[in-house]
Design a protein around this ligand. Structure first.
Ligand code: HEM
Length: 137
């Protein structure tokens, strides 16, 4: 992936510094815009789920230059998501909600360049998860 790794990392650090727990707001946005996904969640407590998602995001940002780690991890994760009932179109909904969360926390520091970098990164992540999902089905 020819991603703007430095920009992604510095903006992610800034956002986590301002809001150490990103995921509660992410779920709030996701469930208000796309209430149809709410029934998929509930195996774990919301707090546990939020912590796991945030850890996964941090791990992905830490491994942006490690193509084989990304490929293995994200394909595996995509396969597991099929069991949760996740379909391909839902990746756009999650991407929209995640970018809105990051943009909201970044506030005045959010720029078109950052938006483009995050869209590209999320698109690459989602593509690998969807490839794993396709292998599972
Ligand atoms: C960047 C993309 C995503 C990442 C990094 C991510 C990460 C995670 C992680 C770490 C878990 C915890 C369990 C596990 O490791 O399997 C999880 C569970 C889950 N994810 Fe995702 N996910 C992503 C995309 C999505 C999408 C697009 C949906 C669709 C709505 C979704 C719905 C779920 C559901 C329903 C669960 C199980 C919840 C439960 O057990 O209650 N995820 N996800």
């Amino acid at each position: 992936m020819a991603l703007n790794v430095a920009l992604l990392r510095s903006s992610f650090d800034l956002v986590l510094e301002r809001q150490p727990q990103l995921t509660p707001r992410f779920y709030e946005i996701l469930f208000s815009r796309y209430p149809q996904v709410k029934p998929l969640f509930g195996r774990r407590s919301q707090d546990e789920q939020a912590a796991m998602l945030q850890e996964a995001l941090v791990a992905v940002v830490d491994h942006l230059e490690d193509a084989s780690w990304l490929d293995d991890t994200l394909r595996g994760m995509g396969k597991k998501h099929v069991e949760y009932g996740v379909t391909d179109e839902m990746y756009d909904w999650v991407g929209d909600s995640l970018l809105s969360t990051i943009a909201e926390v970044a506030g005045d520091d959010w720029t078109p360049e950052l938006e483009a970098a995050w869209k590209e990164a999320y698109g690459a992540i989602a593509a690998m998860m969807k490839a794993g999902a396709a292998e599972a089905s």
